[in-house]
Design a protein around this ligand. Structure first.
Ligand code: SF4
Ligand code: SF4
Length: 448
């Protein structure tokens, strides 16, 4: 079987959040293959754990993927502050003599943003709305790379490495079957408060669940990498609750036009046309969105990657350019409006002077007390799992099992449906107890 077929068969998708089918991404030719082990957002600890514990498997996955795309340069990118992880990867490189270089970035946010990362490594900016492939590179998250290595050894994606940090008695890094309830995972970390909020992902771009009751029904997917437990009155929770109409009024009345949001915007600084201060200035002209004269101002919102630097760090007035951009992005999409894309962006000179030190960002977010929490590794062995048939970009997989079927860990339960889709496998041994409404529920035990 061809390597791409094995990766497709194993259901490998982008594990860093996007969930794009990896076999489709690797069906290309590029000079440079980049493993993104930067772990972009503060506090997350899952990719670092993988680098410390599975360095040789990561190298194997990277060599496999690089061979597939014909890359002559293989780079693992991570932050220079990840001392143990660098040590572990350097040892593995020395022992295997793998032709892999480590690219050590300064600890800034968002170092792991694909476009920022490629510009830092290749010194070339990706065109607006483009892909790393446009400048000769393919990028995979380190957990996807690990899964690529497993796939070519016939092992499908069944488990996830997931850190739980924040307001907990025991910060953990779980190795957990996909489909495990998030409430089950959280119990292992022992939250310190009776009531709490959870961010699924990182503090800057993760999805906020404001009350623990709303976690019911949420499960570990192929893209879940971290849970951040917070007090319900934490700044991040209160900030996310402000409605868009109020944010619009704030933009119209309180923006100083100091342009700090634009000067620190990572996409602006790699040369993309995104000037959040201009969008804020024009917020009161929303009714002119269709007017060509204003399309330049509003159309730039499409180049925003929602990293949150502008509103969580840059703005001295506590305004929300990111959420205004998100809002206008939605409006532009609904009206089918699009600014012509700049195919030849150029990064500003001395770009490194405009980068946000992660430590300062953590302090600004009110998260310093959770920084550098040491995570304990724990294997989770749930009695049941509820596996979604859609954990990826593209069409949901088609269920191929029915109630009462006996399955083992690794049995195919959902078959990819079209080019952009992914296979789904059982993550435990057991019996199918439900197979409907986009989920397959499996319980441990024998079939009757
Ligand atoms: S969220 Fe703000 S800082 Fe980030 S890309 Fe968008 S405009 Fe720029
Ligand atoms: S940083 Fe804040 S106050 Fe300054 S221009 Fe941007 S939104 Fe306005």
């Amino acid at each position: 079987m061809e390597i791409l077929e094995m990766i497709e068969k194993a259901g490998v998708v982008g594990a860093g959040g996007a969930g794009f089918p990896t076999a489709v991404k690797l069906a290309a030719k590029a000079d440079c293959y980049i493993v993104n082990a930067v772990e972009c957002e503060p506090l997350i600890a899952s990719d670092k754990y993988l680098c410390r514990t599975h360095a040789k498997e990561i190298l194997f996955g990277a060599l496999t993927a690089a061979k597939t795309i014909g890359a002559s340069r293989i780079v693992i990118a991570l932050k220079k502050t990840y001392r143990e992880e660098i040590q572990s990867l350097e040892k593995a490189i020395a022992e295997t003599k793998a032709p892999v270089e480590l690219f050590k970035l300064a600890p800034f946010y968002p170092a792991g943003d694909e476009q920022t990362l490629v510009q830092a490594i290749l010194k070339k900016s990706i065109p607006e709305g483009g892909l790393p492939l446009d400048v000769g590179a393919v990028v995979n998250n380190v957990a996807s790379v690990y899964n690529i290595g497993q796939a070519v050894q016939g092992k499908p994606v069944t488990h996830k490495i997931l850190s739980i940090v924040g307001e907990v008695a025991k910060p953990v890094v779980l190795t957990v079957p996909i489909g495990t309830a998030l409430t089950d995972c959280l119990r292992r970390a022992r939250p310190l408060l009776k009531e709490y909020a959870v961010i699924i992902g990182g503090p800057m771009m993760g999805r906020l669940v404001p009350e623990k009751e709303h976690l019911r029904g949420e499960v570990v997917t192929k893209t879940t990498g971290n849970l951040l437990v917070l007090p319900p009155d934490h700044y991040l929770v209160r900030h996310a609750a402000v409605p868009i109409e109020k944010l619009k009024k704030q933009a119209m009345t309180a923006c100083l036009q100091c342009r700090m949001c634009t000067d620190l915007c990572p996409r602006h600084n790699i040369g993309h046309r995104i000037d959040p201060h201009i969008i804020m200035r024009n917020a009161f002209k929303e009714n002119l969105l269709d007017d060509n004269a204003y399309l330049k101002a509003f159309g730039e919102a499409a180049n925003c990657c929602s990293c949150g630097v502008c509103e969580m760090y840059a703005c001295p007035m506590g305004l929300s350019p990111k959420r205004m951009n998100d809002y206008f992005k939605g409006q532009l999409k609904a009206k089918g409006l699009r600014l012509e894309r700049n195919q030849n962006p150029q990064a500003i000179a001395n770009i490194e002077h405009r980068r946000i030190p992660t430590e300062r960002l953590v302090a600004r977010l009110g998260l310093s007390q959770y920084e550098n929490q040491r995570v304990t590794p724990v294997n989770v062995d749930p009695k049941k799992v509820k596996i979604p048939l859609s954990m990826h970009i593209g069409a949901p997989a088609v269920c191929v099992v029915k109630k009462g079927d006996a399955v083992s860990c690794g049995t195919l339960i959902g078959e990819k449906n079209g080019k952009i889709s992914a296979n789904i496998h059982s993550s435990i041994d057991g019996v199918v107890v439900q197979a409907e409404q986009g989920y397959v529920e499996i319980r441990k035990g024998e079939a009757k």
